[in-house]
Write a protein that binds this ligand. Structure first.
Ligand SMILES: NC(=O)c1ccc[n+]([C@@H]2O[C@H](COP(=O)([O-])OP(=O)(O)OC[C@H]3O[C@@H](n4cnc5c(N)ncnc54)[C@H](OP(=O)(O)O)[C@@H]3O)[C@@H](O)[C@H]2O)c1
Length: 306
């Protein structure tokens, strides 16, 4: 009889976020998912504000891999809650690395296009110098550096403009607003790459499978990668694509960032160049329009506007 391969233990932190929720599904065929989240909806509760709780969770679960999808993602709020954003996005990530480096347990972590100012004028590569213009971006950059410096075997996947069928995101906000408004003002001078949370989770599962099988050696290919939907669009263009799918009659009005008051500055052009990721891992990333269409197929049609 063929022996049953032991299922690797995958510690997923942030299991109730947009990406984490998808990861709980896609990782299930790679191993046993220990789905930790702030409130403990699907497994252990973990508050990353508490360093001891993190150490305890790792000690108790003895994972074969750690996937960190938790983050302090409230970009505007981070401007006034710097300490909390710093703790979750930077310190805690460094601690994950320090706790797992000597055990050589692989870590997959996500970062953001907001580590860049958006002033470069072409898609950013992994070798471009980060220059964040808001607190969220600063704390995420510090998290990347802390993880890399910890010596852990880590993959850091910088992504952007994440949306999905669940969670707090632009797609769902637009669909709700199309029900409520006849007119909607949307920023036209910020350009980026919308990324479906499902696609991120699927790619993560594929990579983790190969890492745990020994096909991918993180000592060779670990580090920083850009991973987003292919192509680029403004928020106004993204809203237009969503509008088309709903059949709503809301009139979209393009505005400049300067007309939209928000506490945190956002980069104007934060498209990430995915070539390093695609060449290293041999995966072709889908166009953002295709992913959006597939995500919309799963959502109930928006109720007709009365
Ligand atoms: N969303 C984007 O547009 C975007 C863009 C670029 C990069 N990213 C990165 O992608 C990754 C996944 O983001 P996402 O979009 O899935 O974010 P999300 O939906 O906001 O999920 C983040 C999760 O982290 C949890 N969390 C926050 N503070 C915590 C704490 N103190 N302890 C434990 N958990 C905590 C949140 O818990 P609650 O749900 O209970 O609050 C939430 O479930 C993050 O690293 C993010 O920085 C996101």
């Amino acid at each position: 009889m063929t022996p049953v391969t032991p299922r690797p233990k995958l510690l997923l932190i942030g299991a109730n976020g947009q990406v984490g929720w998808e990861l709980r599904r896609t990782l299930a065929c790679v191993g046993e998912v220990i789905a930790a989240s702030l409130e403990g909806e699907y497994g252990p509760a973990i508050d990353l504000m508490d360093a001891q709780a993190l150490a305890r969770l790792i000690q108790e679960t003895q994972p074969d891999a750690l996937i960190n999808a938790a983050a302090y993602t409230a970009v505007d709020q981070a401007e006034t809650e710097r300490a909390a954003a710093w703790r979750v996005n930077a310190e805690a990530v460094g601690e994950m690395g320090a706790l797992l480096a000597h055990r050589r347990v692989p870590i997959i972590h996500y970062s953001t296009d907001y580590v860049f100012s958006g002033r470069l004028g072409r898609p950013y590569t992994e070798t471009d110098n980060p220059d964040p213009i808001n607190v969220y971006g600063e704390t995420k950059l510090a998290g990347e550096r802390a993880l890399l410096e910890s010596g852990a075997r880590a993959l850091i996947l910088r992504t952007s403009w994440v949306y999905g069928a669940r969670g707090n995101n632009f797609l769902l906000s637009m669909r709700r607003l199309f029900q409520e408004r006849e007119e909607l003002r949307v920023v036209e001078d910020q350009v980026g790459s919308p990324t479906w949370s499902r696609m991120l989770a699927e790619v993560t599962a594929l990579m983790l499978y190969r890492i745990l099988r020994g096909d991918l050696d993180l000592d060779q290919v670990g580090g920083l990668y850009h991973l987003t939907g292919r192509g680029q669009v403004s928020w106004y263009g993204f809203a237009g694509a969503i509008l088309k799918s709903t059949g709503a009659r809301t009139r979209l009005i393009p505005i400049a960032s300067s007309e939209y008051q928000a506490p945190a500055k956002r980069p104007l052009f934060s498209v990430l160049d995915n070539r390093r990721f695609q060449e290293t891992f041999g995966l072709a990333l889908p166009d953002w329009c295709l992913s959006l269409a597939q995500c919309l197929e799963e959502l109930e049609p928006a109720a007709p506007v009365s």
